[in-house]
Ligand binder design. Sequence first.
Ligand SMILES: [Fe+2]
Length: 386
Amino acid sequence: MKDFIFRMPAKIRFGVGISSNIADICSEFGARKAFIVTDSMIIKTNILDPIKESFEKAGMPYEIYSDIVPDPAIETVDAIAEVLRNSGADIVVAVGGGSPIDAAKSICMLQTNEGSIREYLFGGSRTVTNPSMTLLCVPTTAGSGSEMTAAAVITDNQNRIKLSVTHDYLVPKIALIDPLLHVGMPAFITATTGIDALTHAVEAYVSLNASPVSDAMALQAMRIIGKNLRTAVANGSDLEARSNMAIASSMAATAFFNGGLGVVHGIAQSMGGVAHVAHGVANSLILPYAMERNVVGNLEKFKEIAVALGENVDGLSLREAADKAPSAVFKLARDSRIPLKLKEVGVTRDHFPDILKGTMAYRLLAVNPCKLQEKDVMEILEKAFE
Ligand SMILES: [Fe+2]
């Protein structure tokens, strides 16, 4: 066994209805005013109600910033950091999916580190040196896992690319997992974010940087997602399925926080910048095709993935059993009513060269179980196209 480090990232506090206690949890950090970061969709629902009521009951002032759009841009992040600076708040509460959480991680870091977020993104001129303002994350999807990790993905619209800022100081203090907030999530978002969580687990599990501890987190996350995603999509008010998906997402994120990701996220991140395909949708479309390509990199582990996803591999050869893993994901995607081809989501072949360029520059391609060349990535894109 090779040497490894395993870090438990954010502290999880799980509870059905726990978001009603958020003011007390903020008080534990000595906070006096909260700055809530959320998106333009959530503000139209009743998701924020228990959170607002909690602050009102506790007499803690709060301010809401709700203009986050998917894939937050550099300029947006810099502007919100300024709003936060002038707000007098001393704690940030992010409520939403990956976009509000990533924006919140970035603005908390910019309260204590000078400059623009642009300078801290991958390849930038500055590194994070000071601890961020306190951040609590309340995910409203079971997918991005951003509530558990040290990275924020930000879009550089000038260069049509999504880049990450990564530092331990970006890890939120608490991931507050309240499945009650997931009940109203539309079936399509449930499906695509759920496959994003599955992608985290699969990529971390077969990563060259996996360890026995990240494997345990990843495998269990896969088992839970395999058993619960269909129910969560088909019947969104099933609280048990929502609870299971919510915690599996945080476990899968803990696995990839340590084990890393691979070509699916390389393509998805690049495709997000080039063709504005939502992260969960991009992962859903690419995952099974990338698994078909990666199977030969680790037959044993792909066999375990097939088993974790409920496939019967009795009497099969190792290769046959491993091949059941991508087919299990195809079935899950089909049952979840996710688009199966890139051409269905506005990607054209004209996008391929730019998607390819971004993918090959993706840092975590180095831990993909097979060493992939440009032609291999093009092959995955072609198979996923039509
Ligand atoms: Fe992801």
